[in-house]
Design a protein around this ligand. Structure first.
Ligand code: GLU
Length: 352
């Protein structure tokens, strides 16, 4: 009895295999090898721990101080997290301490507006060109009457924030914070001391928003847009949050840990393209030349970088160079990506 039942089940399994291999033929080509078979777990751990050891004691750079509260952040924080597109998390150093997300938030607001308004909305209203000027330049606005910007410099970013739909301040803000949290895979909150300090000193950003309003790019209240933008910059994130956010971008817009779809796969190349051209302030070109990775840094000391289809990586260290990019985060990410073949421009000649 038992034998015959087993035979029947084997028979059907066999039939299914025949049917799927003859009629469907798809499963074989869809079998994606787990990321470890392409980059070994040991290799990833080695790359992270050697970068961490190499740069742990490097004291080069200084905390940002134009926002007073940033100057007080513990400058010894140093953590690195790499998350693969199949959701494996690799860490080195401090992955718990939170810093403010700052300009890295611009990427996720850009993603939100792209999803809400469609891929053509931002190029039309904001632009997708590197300005060749500092991130909070007023000259850059004047040069083209607020056109030819991108969502990662302040004028473009505040305009992008103003494009998030919602009937009230709270509705817009809760939507944005919820969206960032979905990228991180946990509920994020605002670092209130950073927000207060930045809100008390953001007159330049208010001026930028008024100019963008005057040139017809911001439709609603420019001061509300500036305040929501200031709040989005003050969201607290640790290295693991940023690593997961980066991995979501690397995984075509789906959080690889929670499985939540946050950006349509077809919208990701454009978002990554803007990160590649304008992600690291005035050193975006140097960074791309060195690593090939779309990335974004923030003056809180975080950097996220994306190796599409492979992994997202993030590092936090508040000590910044002259351009405003974390010294240790840049070095660690560049080394790790090089060790793991993360540069998307790398290829081998056909047949080799
Ligand atoms: N909230 C900061 C500002 O607008 C962001 C700066 C940054 O990280 O680039 O000045």
């Amino acid at each position: 009895m038992q034998h015959s039942a087993r035979f029947v089940s084997l028979f059907f399994t066999g039939m299914l295999a025949v049917v799927s291999s003859t009629c469907l033929a798809e499963p074989e080509t869809q079998q994606i090898p787990p990321i470890e078979s392409r980059i070994s777990e040991e290799k990833i751990n080695d790359a992270l721990s050697s970068a961490y050891k190499k740069y742990k004691n490097l004291k080069e750079g200084a905390n940002a101080n134009y926002i007073p509260a940033l100057d007080k952040v513990d400058s010894s924080i140093f953590g690195i997290v790499l998350v693969t597109v199949d959701g494996k998390v690799y860490t080195a150093g401090d992955i718990k301490s939170e810093v403010s997300i700052q300009s890295i938030s611009k990427v996720f607001t850009m993603a939100k507006v792209t999803e809400e308004k469609g891929i053509a909305a931002l190029p039309k209203k904001v632009g997708v060109d590197a300005t060749g000027q500092v991130f909070n330049s007023i000259n850059a606005i004047e040069q083209h009457q607020g056109h030819e910007m991108n969502p990662l410099v302040n004028a473009g970013a505040i305009t992008t924030t103003s494009m998030v739909s919602g009937k009230s301040y709270n509705e817009i803000w809760n939507k944005l914070l919820g969206y960032y949290s979905d990228f991180a895979g946990r509920e994020l909150t605002v670092l209130e001391d950073i927000y207060k300090s930045e809100a008390a000193t953001n007159q330049r950003n208010q001026a930028i928003a008024h100019l963008m309003y005057a040139y017809g790019h911001i439709d609603g209240d420019p001061l509300q847009a500036t305040d929501i933008y200031t709040r989005q910059c003050s969201v607290g994130v640790n290295a693991k949050d940023l690593g997961t956010m980066a991995a979501t971008l690397a995984n075509a817009g789906t959080n690889p840990i929670t499985g939540k779809v946050l950006v349509k796969p077809e919208d990701m190349p454009e978002i990554l393209a803007v990160m590649a051209t304008a992600g690291l302030y005035d050193d975006a070109g140097k960074w791309l030349y060195r690593t090939g990775l779309p990335a974004k840094s923030g003056v809180g000391g975080g950097i996220i970088a994306v190796s599409p289809g492979k992994f997202g990586i993030a590092a936090i260290s508040p000590l910044l160079d002259e351009a405003g990019n974390s010294v240790r985060a840049q070095k660690a990410i560049a080394d790790i990506s090089a060790a793991l073949g993360g540069n998307p421009y790398e290829a081998t000649p056909y047949g080799k």
